[in-house]
Design a binder for this molecule. Structure first.
Ligand code: THU
Length: 126
């Protein structure tokens, strides 16, 4: 699947987000080398700190489904600027897939590309 197509899927999928508090809808799609995909959206809660980010939703889904060999993740939202994963998501991605490419998109489907290990310099690891 081409990068543009993955970005388009993440934009489409973000509509499933549960974001009544911030109004910010985020969609993440993780693609494996075998062409399988795992989706995630942000899931907010009235107890704000319990909110789950879209990226970690996709990670949980991929692991639960037994999907391996992650090659690229697209993440998009309903804003004009690029959707960059938060620090917590970067830490989780670093442990599981430090060489994962990340496509950080805006609401128009434009995106910038990064790699997890470069997005989290001097990462904590055991
Ligand atoms: N959010 C994500 O889904 N991913 C991130 O990497 C950062 C933030 C969500 C959480 C919350 O529902 C909304 O964006 C505003 O912070």
């Amino acid at each position: 699947m081409r990068d543009e197509e993955l970005v388009r899927l993440s934009l489409q999928f973000k509509e499933r987000a549960y974001a009544p508090y911030s109004g910010i809808k985020v969609g993440a799609v993780l693609l494996t080398a075998g062409g399988e995909v795992a989706f995630g959206v942000n899931v907010e809660n009235a107890s704000y700190g319990l909110t789950l980010c879209a990226e970690r939703g996709a990670v949980a889904r991929a692991i639960s489904e037994g999907l391996k060999d992650w090659v690229v993740m697209a993440v998009a939202w309903n804003r004009e600027d690029f959707c960059c994963p938060c620090g917590a998501c970067r830490q989780v991605l670093f442990e599981l897939a430090p060489d994962l490419r990340v496509l950080m998109a805006n609401c128009r489907g434009e995106y910038q590309e990064g790699v997890v290990r470069a997005l989290l310099p001097s990462a904590f690891h055991l």
